[in-house]
Design a protein around this ligand. Structure first.
Ligand code: HEM
Length: 136
């Protein structure tokens, strides 16, 4: 038996990644999120590249890794160091709130069981706030 298996119920998913449906769920979340970013002039101005596709893929791979899925993000990009990676971009209250608004709408499209929704939302709100690097 695999040592990390839950002996009381070996079929019970052991990561959020598995519990919410694995890769397709994260693809759906990030697609919905970036559709919102693309349509938001305030946020669109913060993202440096015309093509949001590569940025979407980096976020998708990061979230998959963070929630217990494959570690492709760090295998290809190294340690996340997210605060450092956001330093070139204006993250203030307005862009943080816009970012979170689109992530809230994207999470809503998943219709997750409430405990998973709450766990992920708490992470997003805290992490987005920790990325602030510009007053106002
Ligand atoms: C939960 C909070 C957040 C997470 C987990 C997150 C995650 C990420 C990741 C993984 C990347 C790519 C890093 C890399 O490998 O280079 C990235 C890039 C970026 N993020 Fe965030 N981010 C968050 C909050 C924000 C906020 C609040 C803003 C505000 C506008 C923002 C704006 C950007 C921009 C402009 C980029 C560059 C796009 C690109 O990758 O080319 N992020 N973010």
């Amino acid at each position: 038996m695999h040592p990390q298996e839950d002996v009381t119920n070996p079929d019970r998913p052991s990561t959020v990644y598995e519990a919410i449906g694995g890769e397709p769920t994260f693809t759906k979340l990030v697609d919905a999120f970036y559709a919102g970013v693309a349509a938001d002039p305030v946020l669109r101005a913060v993202y440096p590249e015309d093509d949001l596709g590569p940025a979407a893929e980096r976020l998708r791979l990061f979230l998959i890794q963070y929630w217990g899925g494959p570690t492709t993000y760090s295998d290809t990009r190294g340690h996340p160091r997210l605060r450092m990676r956001h330093a070139p971009f204006v993250v203030n209250v307005a862009t943080r709130d816009a970012w979170l608004r689109h992530m809230r709408a994207a999470l809503d499209t998943l219709d997750l069981p409430s405990e998973y929704d709450a766990t992920m939302w708490q992470y997003f709100t805290r992490a987005a706030d920790s990325m602030r690097n510009t007053p106002g």
